[in-house]
Design a protein around this ligand. Structure first.
Ligand code: HEM
Length: 150
């Protein structure tokens, strides 16, 4: 069965919630850089985040959150964060996810919408479904810190 994008997003939302319960400690995720390489390393992540920010700004649900922020800074933070969680040679020093999102109301629906846009970006970069799911599973535990509104 093939899912359309929003069906996949809903499905992955459920996967994210489920996989959060089995999240590995950060140290266990950084010993192997396979996922980082599959994402195209540093240049792959820079290209991915450029595309992601463009799509976030164009998306009716996400655009309002991102229109007034420093896009260059957020993209750089995302590249470093995705590098780190995928096992690459980076260490993000910025504010934690709770702090970074505390100035805005983020619902579960917002979180799923952002995941859907990220999937669209990964599809556009030709990143395979298995690689996408591995990355999303590593981002999943963050939903507890980012979703702050019922
Ligand atoms: C897995 C999900 C998410 C991840 C990994 C993530 C990651 C990040 C990171 C790394 C930053 C940069 C923080 C900094 O160092 O300044 C950031 C900022 C931001 N995020 Fe998220 N985020 C996620 C979900 C969301 C959602 C669902 C929304 C909104 C609906 C959102 C809206 C924003 C906005 C507007 C900023 C910029 C804040 C500012 O500079 O004032 N994020 N996010």
């Amino acid at each position: 069965m093939r899912f359309n994008t929003s069906a996949r997003a809903a499905f992955l939302g459920a996967v994210l919630a489920a996989s959060a319960a089995f999240a590995q400690p950060a140290a266990a995720q950084t010993t192997d850089d396979t996922l980082y390489q599959q994402l195209g390393g540093q240049s792959g992540l820079v290209t991915l985040m450029d595309d992601f920010m463009t799509r976030l700004l164009a998306d009716k649900r996400m655009g309002p959150f991102f229109k007034d922020v420093d896009h260059k800074h957020v993209k750089e933070e995302l590249v470093t964060q995705f590098c780190e969680v995928s096992g690459g040679p980076c260490k993000r020093k910025g504010p934690d996810m709770k702090m970074a999102h505390s100035g805005m109301d983020v619902t579960k629906g917002d979180f799923n919408a952002l995941v859907e846009v990220l999937q669209q970006s990964m599809d556009a970069q030709g990143i395979g479904f298995g690689t996408q799911n591995k990355l999303l599973a590593r981002l999943a535990p963050m939903h507890r810190e980012i979703i702050n509104t019922p």
